[in-house]
Design a protein around this ligand. Sequence first.
Ligand code: ADP
Ligand code: ZN
Length: 753
Amino acid sequence: MVDSVSDKLSESADIRADHLTIMKVALPVPVRSLFDYSLPSALPVPRPGCRVRVGFGSRVLTGLVIDISDSTSLDMKKLKFVEEILDSEPLLQPRHLEFLSWVADYYLHPPGDVYFSALPKFLRAGKSLKATETPYWRISDAGNEVFLQGPGRAPVQHRLLEIFSEKQQALGPESLKLASSNWRAAIAALEKKGLVERVENNLSAEEGAALPALKATKDQQQAIDSITASLVKFNCFLLFGITGSGKTEVYLQCISDVLANKRQALVLVPEISLTPQLVGRFRERFKVVIDVLHSGMSDRQRMQAWNRARLGVSSILIGTRSAVFVPLARPGIIILDEEHDASFKQQDGFRYHARDVAIKRASMEAIPVVMGSATPSLESWHNAKQGKFKLLTLEQRATAGGLPDIYLLDLEKQPIESGISIPLREGVRKCCKQGEQSLLFINRRGFAPAVCCKECNALIQCSRCDARMTWHQKQGRLVCHHCGKTNRWPECCPDCGGDEMVTIGQGTENIHQAIQQMVPDASIERIDRDTTRLKGELEERLQRAQSGEAEVLVGTQMLSKGHDFPNLKLVGILDSDQLLFSSDFRANERLFQLITQVAGRAGRADKRGMALLQTRFPDSPWMQVIAKHDYREFAEMALQERKLAEYPPFTHIALLRAEALEQSEAMKFLEQMYKQAKDLIATNPQMKPVSLSEPIPSAMEKRAGRYRAQLLVQASTRSPLHAFLNHWRSTIESARQSRKVRWSLDVDPIDLY
Ligand code: ADP
Ligand code: ZN
């Protein structure tokens, strides 16, 4: 643990030395240390994991006690007192604190931020655990009787009893406030008379019979057996199964064993709003308390779900990446579905990767972690090849109908109209005629990705970014997808004054319009960020897509994830070529993942599907391997490339990013840090394996009005890199220049932008 320091100290601690107890407190401030406070003798000694209120500068902050000690490296007389203890019982157990401390160390991130990421917002704000619980009431037998006697002199009370008697279940404020704005007084009166009872924990297991497990296929059974044979020790399993091979069934059957052992399951998924079916399958299978954590919940709901997991009231917690930090009373297994998904990496602030954090957590808890994917990340695949992860494979689809055939359509040889080639157009028409569904995938929203002058070919650029602006027809605005800036349609070219501006290329809006003209009778559903902004809109659109009511789907990668479209026959992939030439070292991997996932939507149930992939480069080995559905061959090629380029998983990397309002500032800062780094390595033999790349401006240098630059650090082994980063980060933190820029240090970045 790093040395503790304290902020500007004013009060003096006038206490007897024998009573002096030093609290090492984590505070939500951007400093890489804990803070020392002394405990007044009048207060009981709180256990680690309890919150306290302390003064910090001129503010009062809520902090978390991490450790208790009888010494401090600071002047004891100058230490501030703990002002108040907020919890009588720890919110987090010692093992969880230890796990979080490891995470803070690993990512070289201020510990306060890391510890606080394990607490819901309510508790971070210092509210009491009790006060945030929503009360629930249930009608008592006596209450039922009184209700039957008819209304007396208290109409509101009677109205409440009526609601209870109608619903016959525990009800909370949302339902009760409908009766009267005065419901609180009425319910208190009813409770006092014993006509209603307060229910401690409203959430009970769902009613009804659980669906039985499916009969596992041979491959599934093998996977289930391997995992369940090792439920009480740490093990990493990579469940590699093509789309539709029944990975979810494997999770469900393993969880069934975990629940039988009275342990809890933590299930991490990329985006819950995009996978409502997955949650549904869990609820059908298990009649236990299942909580889901997602961004659409209120703070209070999140806090309750958090507390139920912590107390062991819930048996299954399904959540997105941050759920990896939620404390569990009896952890039994961690599952990461679609482990390759980029959303597991937090890209700002505390930049952690939920997969790597989950693996560490499982190892500290001595439980298995299961990572499932049809297109594993190359890191995980490499780990499986090296024997660090145990590879479990599902080779076939669980139900009839194999993977869709993927055909490459050479755009150089095909007549094309509004981005759609003739064979694809005819394919969509044929599907519509036969009552089958088709899907057109284009990973660009809006109408056109560029607007250009017919005279001089100049493109309309965002004034705040090094990027073109996208034309959104419906909105009637040009929009920058990087900073959100919008503009009107340009009357004339800003460069040459020419007065004819035209759109270039296609986005979802444009494809929607084009396909509607080609197949006028078809009902078309467009699904992208623009059409799903309003609450409930995504669910509605997905519902029409799943039911088959929508005959043609047009959308972005929102359509690629985990959906089951039972009637989907044909997938058209309009333009993925830009990923072939991206400067990002993960572009090939993304291309393979994206196309496999999108194409994999076609032909579930008993139908064989088909995917048409439009490309200008049908001979590219990457396109060839994609068309063959050959992940193994793809991984060989891609790993070979990574090895030559010395990128992960063959090296470990970290990226120092900086941005500033002035073009030269970010680069100047990085150049200074580069020099410091070189000196550091030269004087520390153990850091010798670390290599530095010279600072460079970022691929998109200007973004949202700031100029950005970056500096890459690499090493073939972890420990010299970590030793170096630890020192270097301290140097950066104390450097005067670092105050002039915004900087961040990303350990294991997933892209180099
Ligand atoms: P994945 O998660 O690998 O994409 P799913 O678990 O969604 O695959 O399974 C695809 C389909 O196959 C689902 O409709 C599921 O109900 C069905 N399925 C999975 N396992 C079996 C099985 N053993 N027997 C019959 N159907 C199965
Ligand atoms: Zn912009």
